[in-house]
Design a protein around this ligand. Structure first.
Ligand SMILES: CC(C)[C@H](C(=O)O)[C@@H](O)C(=O)O
Ligand code: SF4
Length: 468
């Protein structure tokens, strides 16, 4: 029977299967960070258990780490989480990229960068954006702390089989339109619960033409579409990205590559749900509200109460506008910003920084705007510096920081003050996400760079030269 990649990976990882009950799945890679692991390790210790496969675990510090003055951690909880992770990894024999390690970075950036993320793997992490790794054709999803403990001690996890969904992006992307715009447009069109109970497979010409970096941006936000996970069938782009990476197979690579390619969904495979979107209808996108579906193409205006089909929609719109300090019907390009954050596991890879730098080069950050570049990993930072990107950003008035989650969720000192507005390349615009009372507008790195230059939301397609 024809199968989707989701079914192929699921079926080959079942350890225990019983009619009407969740399946016990084998887990190939367990990624760990400092925030969601302390109680899990403590649980193991109290039960006198060990870690079953420390060699299939990899840990890093990302959420709490300072991006400037690395050694000065004032927050006691942050400091404790980091020292605890260090102690736990040492005690249980798990490889750790701590704050001073050259491999340190956001967990979802370093997995692919190091070649740990591979097609066909089941990958978990106590973090919702684990879906990022699905870009490689892996079944990757976030788990809770008690599940982290279960995986640590057994290398398996109980899981109910999800439904499958195809999200097909047909045609070619227009000028100035990026992967971030595509995923924001998908969520705006189909809603934040479109994916409930499903694993999404992204297909179609526009997805096939994307680089691995772009595919990661798409899969990263699957969780914002309510899905358990999101993935893309592997192809030649996937294989070439992995070739030569440190933890990718070195010997018999071609054999692995052939196996990986065979995981792609069968042509005749069917999905429980299918959504289609035409790339032509997508323009550079920004969010104006307090969830990732509250967004529109930059040329549009904020909806009005009269546009709302239901009473509940009216209430949600009014609440979002009150929090965001915006008016119904306001033009998106009239919204002034005070902060710019180019970073996060959605958009802090080298290609993201290159795209932003193309817009910024030779220009200046608008007066009164504070603009931060936070590379996703130390490796990305180093590569960017080799290309001279740090200089481009610093000359323009940006701050150039060390890697970490940073202002994506403001668990360190990088935050947006109450009532102020940030153009951000991250994935969540919830109330208080970037600091209490902060207001977030999600967009692509190029769009955030253009916002930094103009001090307001703007259409990056004006910066024509950036895309030649
Ligand atoms: C801290 C962690 C549990 C959280 C997540 O799971 O996503 C964080 O990474 C986020 O993006 O909100
Ligand atoms: S960068 Fe943001 S979304 Fe990604 S793992 Fe860190 S806090 Fe979560």
């Amino acid at each position: 029977m024809a199968k989707t990649i989701i079914e192929k990976i699921w079926d080959t990882h079942i350890v225990v299967e019983e009619q009407g009950k969740p399946d016990l799945l084998y887990i190939d890679l367990h990624l760990i960070h400092e925030v969601t692991s302390p109680q899990a390790f403590e649980g193991l210790r109290m039960a006198g258990r060990s870690v079953r496969r420390p060699d299939l675990c990899f840990a890093t510090m990302d959420h709490n780490v300072p991006t400037i003055n690395r050694q000065q951690i004032t927050d006691v909880v942050a400091k404790k989480q980091m020292t605890t992770l260090e102690k736990n990894c040492e005690e249980f024999g798990i490889q750790l990229a701590n704050m001073d390690h050259p491999d340190q970075g956001i967990v979802h950036i370093i997995g692919p960068e190091l070649g740990l993320t591979q097609p066909g793997k089941t990958i978990v992490c106590g973090d919702s954006h684990t879906s990022t790794h699905g870009a490689f054709g892996a079944l990757a999803f976030g788990i809770g702390t008690s599940e982290v403990e279960h995986v640590l001690s057994t290398q398996t996890l109980w899981q109910a089989k999800p439904k499958t969904m195809e999200v097909r992006v047909t045609g070619e992307l227009g000028f100035g339109v990026t992967a971030k715009d595509v995923i924001l447009a998908i969520i705006a069109k189909f809603g934040i619960d479109m994916g409930t109970g499903h694993v999404i497979e992204y297909t179609g010409e526009a997805i096939r033409n994307m680089t691995m970096e772009e595919r990661m941006t798409i899969c990263n936000m699957s969780i914002e579409a309510g899905a358990k996970a999101g993935l893309i069938s592997p192809d030649a782009t996937t294989i070439e990205f992995l070739r030569g990476r440190r933890y990718a197979p070195q010997e018999n690579f071609e054999q692995f590559a052939a196996e990986w390619l065979s995981l792609a969904s069968d042509k005749e495979a069917s999905y429980d749900t299918v959504h289609v979107i035409d790339a032509k209808e997508i323009s550079p996108f920004v969010t104006w509200g307090t969830n990732p579906a509250m967004g529109a193409g930059i040329q549009h205006t904020i909806p009005t109460l009269a546009d709302c089909p239901t009473e509940a929609d009216k209430v949600a719109l009014q609440q979002a506008l009150n929090y965001m300090g915006l008016e119904q019907g306001q033009a998106l390009q009239d919204i002034a910003i005070q902060h710019v954050f180019i970073g996060s596991c959605t958009n802090a890879r080298l290609s993201d920084l290159v795209e932003a730098a193309k817009v910024v080069e030779g220009r200046q950050v608008a007066k009164g705007v504070r603009a931060l570049i936070v590379p996703g990993s130390q490796t990305t930072k180093k590569q960017a510096e080799e290309l001279g990107l740090d200089k481009v950003f610093l000359d323009a008035g940006f701050e150039w920081r060390e890697s970490g989650c940073s202002m994506c969720l403001a668990m360190n000192d990088d935050s947006v003050p109450a009532g102020e507005r940030c153009a951000s390349t991250s994935n969540r615009n919830f109330e208080g996400r970037q600091g209490a009372g902060s207001r977030t507008h999600l967009m692509s790195p190029a769009m955030a760079a253009a916002a930094a230059i103009e001090g307001k939301l703007t259409d990056v397609r004006k910066y024509e030269m950036a895309f030649v």
